[in-house]
Write a protein that binds this ligand. Structure first.
Ligand code: ATP
Ligand code: MG
Length: 503
């Protein structure tokens, strides 16, 4: 390299170094500037926050009806609204009334859903902390979908305000408590349903997606109107309470949250009525399984999957629904049954008129197989007139946890029915004692006792009804005293069958 070239190279290097130096200085100065800005901003914000906390130490949480522009109202909003229904109806002067749609957990029909009107505020207290709820609404968004009513409606919201010293209590305990209470109120108020699986016209073609059809469940029977031994009734109610509040226990011991009840006894002793009373007490839906309409075990499983929590699954007259006296199946039987499932499934080219092929093991698996754990908080109730006909595997503990015998009318049930039907203190009536004495000798089911005690005309009084009952009991006593042969002859005569010798 000659001297000139070396000079030129050195010159270029110095230019590059100077440019880098200038750039670095600029960047550094700006960095300093940004740092300073951040420093000031942080300190100012902190001070501003501190100042704001002194001036206004309250925090707030907002529950919007439509979260993030969705058109389905949010669960949290509905839960808060339900929770506030109780608080607001007491403390608020201006309420908003809506007809309770099923989707909102209101239930439709005549029910009204009351909530705080816009601009109202109500205090609430929780573990010594006071919080305030207010209701408000924002105008609909500019980009509202014109044909969607929900989208065009104003955006309602609830605001919860509390002192910042209660921040942890409110966020971690109070809000979960409000949501849980709100959900419970929604369950209490919802219109309950009675479901049936009886197939509708066209179902066999496999086109209907819904395997259940339903009607509103409005059965008037409650435990207050069910005649039975008071101690037994108390025990059943306590058992239902334990079950309803048993989520933690079932989780702890690793048991699916379900319970089996077997109700057995002669016809007319109140088994179906007991199911209605249970459903009304627990506020559960009822799924009435008509097993004779279920073609296969697979279909039974599908029905199970489609049931919701907080429900009673009832199998009435289980002994008549299926041949459940048979043995459980071998492997070969199960293979054959799978083929039968295919045969009976019209969607898979099976015959339409296939008879029910639900088997005992299908039912056993339904009750406590792997699939039975899907969903939670469900009662399974079997009713039967012939408990002795049922396979012991079906009613063993774990499948049927509680077995309740519904029996003939005893004195307590009679007294209960007499008071309920005659609506007065009938125990002093002379015929009351006579009926009581006869009931110790004769078996009569509650449905018959109730029927005799029912007033048939406006002129009927307690005496007339009791006399009718006493007469029926005396007749039943006479019948019971007759030898069996005479009874059979009488029955034949009634049917028009006359013995060959003419006697
Ligand atoms: N223990 C009872 N208390 C009050 N009412 C009863 C009682 N038992 C029966 N009844 C009345 O009798 C009618 C029939 O009762 P229910 O249908 O519950 O009998 P069941 O035991 O289910 O009979 P089945 O075995 O024939 O199905 C109902 O209208 C019910 O009101
Ligand atoms: Mg019944």
């Amino acid at each position: 390299m000659d001297a000139l070239a070396a000079y030129s190279w050195f010159g270029q290097l110095s230019v590059v170094v100077s440019v880098v130096a200038v750039c670095w200085t600029m960047v550094w100065q700006n960095l300093e500037h940004i740092r300073l800005q951040q420093f000031f901003a942080r300190n100012f914000n902190r001070r501003a926050r501190r100042l704001a906390a002194i001036v206004d130490p309250f925090l707030s949480v907002t529950f919007e009806e439509y979260e993030g522009g969705r058109i389905k109202s949010s669960d949290a909003f509905k839960e808060v609204r339900s929770y506030l229904t109780t608080a607001s109806t007491r403390g608020v002067r201006h309420l908003r009334a809506e007809s309770g749609g099923e989707r909102d957990g209101g239930g439709g029909g005549d029910r009204l859903l009351l909530s705080m009107a816009k601009g109202e505020e109500v205090p609430d207290s929780f573990r010594g902390a006071t919080v305030w709820w207010s209701a408000d609404a924002a105008p609909p968004p500019r980009d509202a979908v014109p044909w969607s009513r929900a989208s065009r409606a104003e955006r309602r919201f609830y605001r919860l305000e509390f002192h910042e010293s209660h921040r942890d209590l409110v966020l971690e305990e109070y809000i979960p408590h409000v949501r849980k209470q709100g959900r419970a109120i929604m369950v209490q108020n919802r219109q309950r349903r009675l479901y049936t699986n009886i197939s509708r016209e066209g179902y066999d073609d496999g086109w209907y997606e819904d395997v259940w059809t339903h009607v509103p469940f409005d059965h008037p029977k409650t435990f207050d109107k069910l005649a039975m031994d008071p101690e037994k009734k108390k025990e059943i109610i306590a058992d239902l309470d334990m079950f309803r509040n048993g989520k933690e226990y079932h989780d702890r011991v690793g048991k699916p949250w379900k319970r089996g009840y077997l109700l057995y006894g002669p016809p007319g002793t109140g088994k179906s009525t007991m199911v209605a009373a249970m459903a009304n007490y627990l506020k559960y839906d009822v799924y009435d399984f008509e097993l004779t309409s279920v073609k296969t075990n697979t279909e039974l499983r599908k029905l199970l999957i489609e049931t919701k929590s907080k429900s009673i699954m009832v199998f009435e007259d289980i002994d008549c629904s299926l041949d459940l006296t048979g043995k459980r199946k071998t492997k070969e039987d199960e293979d054959k049954e799978d083929d039968d499932d295919k045969d009976a499934d019209p969607r898979r080219g099976g015959k339409k008129d296939a008879k029910s092929k639900v088997t005992l093991s299908g039912l056993l698996n339904f009750i406590d197989g792997l699939w039975s754990a899907c969903g939670e908080e469900r009662l399974i109730v079997f009713t039967t007139n012939h408990v002795d006909k049922l396979d012991p595997a079906l009613i063993r503990t774990g499948r049927m946890d509680k077995k309740i015998e519904m029996s003939y009318c005893d004195f307590e049930s009679f007294r209960f029915l007499a008071r309920m039907h005659l609506d007065e203190d009938v125990e002093g009536h002379e015929l009351f004692g006579a009926a009581r004495a006869l009931l110790q000798e004769v078996n009569m089911v509650p449905v018959d006792v109730g029927e005799h005690l029912t007033r048939k005309s406006v002129d009927d009084d307690a005496g007339t009804c009791l006399a009718r009952l006493v007469k029926a009991l005396e007749k039943a006593k006479e019948e019971a005293a007759k030898p069996e042969a005479a009874q059979a002859a009488e029955e034949d005569e009634a049917k028009g069958i006359v013995a060959k010798d003419g006697n």
